[in-house]
Design a protein around this ligand. Structure first.
Ligand SMILES: NC(=O)c1ccc[n+]([C@@H]2O[C@H](COP(=O)([O-])OP(=O)(O)OC[C@H]3O[C@@H](n4cnc5c(N)ncnc54)[C@H](OP(=O)(O)O)[C@@H]3O)[C@@H](O)[C@H]2O)c1
Length: 331
């Protein structure tokens, strides 16, 4: 089979290569799946660069944490799955950028037939993150303001729609003016451009001088630093990405470190997902299904690339202003 792997950390377009490998056999409790499509997510690219702290590569390392696939072979002791069944695959060690992958049966999510492959390809990582951050970890009350950065990302758009559905108001930070009208059309209550004026002042101008109680940030650097300054004295901010790769500063303004009880906290799905009880996990899958039916956690489909064009695929995935989620389509 063909599979994308890398044998050292580095720039994805340089270090990723397609290799011919033997068809993998599933062991006890494992399933072999035939991959139909796998998204190019920011976490895949951080991992290849060696910035993804939660998962360590053993070289030569497979890539691709998420995707839609068809069950191809069952290892011993696997129940409740049938060959030919379509599933969403969260492959915690990477390996979905390949024609076939072997994963523990517990990493497969059965999916309703009616959703198209490009939605099932992104069934778990972004939808589960949106739901867990907003409803469970921050538990933002109805009527409150939620501040978010990188609001034009696929996940940011899900959060705008989910917040609207749950009666939460959003202030959305983008880096390009062109994104403003698009996000307002999705239901964003306010959209600000990070380069127009200091974020802190822009946010307080919208939510009030006391600042915002809930914030989520995957950008960090200057944007995250300004967002922390915009927090209410009881405010709480989740950092869930590192798109700039720059440090976030919380103590440069003494008024914000020696007053109130602001909290800066990390959110990583790789921490939360394995800690969910079986019943909570099934409920999460039901919530994603219901919200996908309503278009709330849907992903805009982007260009599709075969594995052989891996370099072009990963470059497009990080192009400023790209439209939709880039998909690798092995077949
Ligand atoms: N912690 C977790 O468990 C978890 C789970 C899922 C996702 N995430 C994180 O969530 C974020 C969004 O994921 P996604 O799949 O929705 O991504 P995506 O659709 O590929 O979108 C990326 C977005 O980030 C913006 N962006 C990129 N570099 C930026 C920079 N230097 N400064 C400001 N904005 C920047 C882009 O803005 P333009 O539109 O202007 O190009 C684009 O809107 C990523 O950081 C990802 O790692 C984390």
């Amino acid at each position: 089979m063909k599979a994308v792997r890398f044998d050292q950390y580095g720039e994805p377009a340089k270090v990723l290569a397609v290799e011919d490998l033997p068809l993998p056999e599933p062991g006890e409790g494992e399933v072999r799946v035939r991959v139909v499509a796998s998204p190019v997510n920011p976490s895949d690219l951080s991992y290849v660069r060696g910035y993804y702290a939660g998962v360590h590569a053993e070289f030569p390392a497979p890539v691709g944490f998420e995707g839609v696939a068809v069950v191809d072979a069952l290892g011993p002791q696997v129940k409740d799955l049938v060959i030919g069944q379509r599933v969403s695959v969260v492959n915690g060690q990477g390996g979905n950028w390949a024609e076939y992958a072997v994963v523990p049966a517990g990493d497969l999510f059965p999916v309703p037939e009616e959703f198209p492959d490009e939605q099932v390809a992104s069934f778990v990582i972004n939808p589960a993150t949106a739901i867990l951050m907003v409803r469970r970890v921050l538990a933002v009350p109805k009527g409150e303001w939620l501040l978010q950065s990188a609001a034009g990302s696929e996940l940011g758009r899900m959060i705008i729609r989910l917040a609207g559905h749950d009666g939460i108001r959003t202030v959305n930070i983008v880096r390009r003016h062109e994104a403003v009208a698009e996000l307002e059309a999705l239901g964003a209550d306010a959209v600000i451009v990070s380069t127009d004026a200091p974020i802190d002042g822009q946010v307080r101008g919208i939510v009030g001088p006391e600042g915002v109680k809930y914030a989520i940030d995957p950008v960090v650097g200057e944007t995250g630093t300004q967002m922390f300054k915009a927090l209410h004295e009881d405010g709480r901010m989740l950092v869930y990405g590192s798109l700039t790769g720059e440090p976030i500063r919380v103590g440069e303004d003494p008024r914000h470190i020696l007053a109130g009880r602001r909290v800066l906290e990390v959110f990583w799905l790789g921490y939360w997902l394995p800690r969910l009880e079986d019943a909570e996990r099934r409920q999460l899958a039901r919530d994603i299904t219901a919200l996908m039916h309503e278009g709330i956690v849907e992903t805009s489909p982007g260009h599709r690339y075969p594995l052989g064009e891996i370099g072009a695929a990963v470059e497009e995935a990080e192009t400023t202003g790209k439209q939709g989620k880039v998909l690798l389509v092995p077949a």
